[in-house]
Design a protein around this ligand. Structure first.
Ligand code: ZN
Length: 154
């Protein structure tokens, strides 16, 4: 069944993402990004990008929000929707690494993103990350992990 969001939920998510980018640590790129994740439990978690002088250690807003959700709800956390906002014009779509992480916890999640203003873009994570690597490709036993069971359609 396709995930849908009420207009109020969508605005709440985008507002949380906008609030989050104000806390970004982006002294190197000056590109502040915020994200908000809505889990299946109905809880909203936010994150911002955190850069580092050693550029490779930078973590995007989307992954920080998702990891906060996992820290709070456990590894069975499931993403219903994720929003991404920036202070610049034009929408900011999640990068490839974030798309893979979004897919891990929400293969059918709704992905919303936009810039400072303008149209809200909406996609499904399965469209964003087609043929993503996932639990179904693992060759080691999954030990009955809830994500493996759900992704297998159980
Ligand atoms: Zn990213």
């Amino acid at each position: 069944m396709a995930i849908t969001l009420a207009a109020e939920e969508r605005e709440q998510m985008l507002s949380a993402a906008r609030a989050a980018f104000k806390n970004a640590h982006a002294p190197y790129s000056n590109f502040r990004v915020g994200s908000a994740v809505l889990t299946e439990h109905g809880t909203l978690y936010s994150g911002c990008n955190v850069e580092n002088a050693s550029f490779g250690l930078t973590v995007c807003a989307e992954r920080n929000a998702i990891f906060a959700a996992v820290a709070a709800e456990g590894s069975g956390m499931r993403i219903r929707a994720i929003a991404v906002a920036t202070e610049r014009d034009g929408p900011c779509a999640p990068c490839g690494a974030c798309r893979q992480v979004i897919f891990e916890f929400g293969p059918g999640a709704l992905v919303l993103f936009r810039g400072r203003s303008g149209t809200v873009r909406r996609w499904r994570s399965s469209v964003f990350a087609p043929w993503s690597f996932g639990w179904h490709q693992r060759t080691v036993p999954n030990n009955g992990h809830p994500l493996a069971r759900r992704n297998a359609g159980e």
